[in-house]
Design a protein around this ligand. Structure first.
Ligand SMILES: C[S@@+](CC[C@H](N)C(=O)[O-])C[C@H]1O[C@@H](n2cnc3c(N)ncnc32)[C@H](O)[C@@H]1O
Length: 396
């Protein structure tokens, strides 16, 4: 086994191309090692709670040649036994195998062998039972795996070119994410429910993370109930939200007041005002813009061609006018990440907004994402007609 420093493994989320885009914009180069996992190196701190698109993050501790689980398991036990001989106290151990054609019982067996080896070296071990070859994010999170020296989760990933072994540094805190989503005082099904994970991914896709003592100001000009603002505030940004509707500004305010009273938010700097994104004059500074733009009405079945054209024209008008208005007020180089609508038809094809393919005429350029070969980044649930297309732009 070869040991490498400062290399990290990310277990990607439900839509891996979005997770990859997020990682690349934050950390630079990212290698896709399997359909579910990516490898990257960085000298920055890696904190899973600051990522929307990764389920788990681990520090790479070694690589093994491409073999089946049995042979992998043998090398693993040998190496891990050596590696952990210096750990003291009771250990909690979980094993997650990704990409192996293996029965859950074989994973448990590896755990039991490791347990008995460590026991004979006077280490007591509690094994976290697997329901599937990989421990779910919920199980890993509830067992606090990766969060302290003695609570360990091994991530074993069968990649295209080799097997990667990592020690988890934690899983996504799904309890806190759900609380931020469901317990906030004001929600509104009609303006939509931007999932906090997606909001966090979009914020990170801007590629301008807060640093110690520096809290860039993030503008959301279609802030609605304030999901983007919430996630940005907790991530350490100063936030500025505007919306056409007084009611939405009131909702955002109540949600942000609640957030800052319930969660540990160090930098409580938020500003909210009513304004039409097509004409509003924002106060500087605006360091980055992240928004879920107007998506038109929700549909439960594909709309008629006439209806679709009407909604599409309306969204195109509002968002393109907004882009023009915004461009005259921000500096060149300012990152702008937008979710705009794309409509799914019965055949699984999409109708896009014209502006999504021609941002240069509004004074922006598309920031390419190398880690994914998808020409478009789309977020949708299987039953949704209105998908969100993510545009990662920079003012030119
Ligand atoms: C899809 S929702 C955004 C929801 C938001 N992400 C949230 O967390 O609730 C779009 C928002 O755009 C607002 N809106 C529509 N047209 C607008 C315009 N011309 N200027 C500003 N806001 C507008 C709506 O009031 C709505 O709150």
């Amino acid at each position: 086994m070869r040991y490498t420093r400062d290399m990290y493994i990310a277990i990607l989320g439900r839509q891996p191309e979005l997770s990859l885009a997020e990682l690349e914009r934050l950390f630079g180069g990212v290698d896709t090692i399997s359909p579910q996992a990516a490898l990257f190196d960085t000298s920055s701190t890696v904190d899973i709670q600051q990522l929307g698109g990764s389920q788990k993050i681990g520090r790479l501790i070694g690589e093994l040649p491409l073999r089946d689980w049995r042979s992998t398991s043998m090398s693993l036990v040998r190496q891990i036994e050596k590696l952990w001989s210096s750990k003291s106290g009771k250990l909690t151990l979980g094993i997650s195998a990704y990409g192996f054609d293996v029965d859950v019982r074989d994973i448990q067996k590896t755990g039991l062998i490791l347990k008995s080896k460590l026991k004979s070296a006077d280490r007591s071990v509690r094994l976290v039972p697997n329901q599937t070859p990989e421990l779910s994010t919920a199980t890993a999170h509830h067992n606090k795996l990766g969060l302290s020296e003695n609570k360990i989760e091994l991530l074993v990933i069968r990649g295209t070119n080799g097997i990667y072994v990592a020690e988890s540094l934690g899983s996504q805190n799904i309890t806190a994410l759900a609380a931020r989503d469901q317990n906030r005082p004001k929600r509104d099904a009609f303006v939509g429910m931007l999932p906090p994970k997606l909001a966090l991914m979009m914020i990170n896709m801007a590629g301008l993370p807060p640093e110690h003592g520096h809290n860039p100001r993030l503008l959301d000009p279609f802030c609605g109930t304030g999901v983007t603002l919430q996630e940005a505030l907790i991530r350490g940004y100063s936030v500025y939200g505007t919306d056409l509707s007084d009611k939405m500004i009131d909702y955002s305010r109540q949600n942000l007041d609640w957030l800052t009273s319930q969660f540990n938010v160090e930098h409580k700097d938020y500003k909210l005002e009513t304004g039409d994104a097509m004409t509003h004059r924002w106060q500087s500074p605006v360091d980055l813009v992240v928004a879920e733009g107007y998506l038109g009405q929700p549909f439960s079945a594909p709309p008629s061609p006439k209806k679709l054209q009407e909604v599409r024209d309306n969204c195109q008008h509002i968002i393109s006018q907004f882009l023009v208005n915004l461009r005259s007020q921000i500096d060149a180089g300012t990152p702008v990440v937008l979710a705009v609508p794309a409509w799914r038809d019965a055949q699984g094809g999409f109708t896009h907004l014209p502006l999504s393919g021609s941002v240069s005429q509004y004074g922006y350029k598309n920031v390419g994402v190398r880690a994914t070969n998808r020409s478009r980044l789309l977020y949708y649930r299987p039953d949704q007609i209105v998908a969100r297309e993510l545009l990662i732009l920079k003012a030119e």
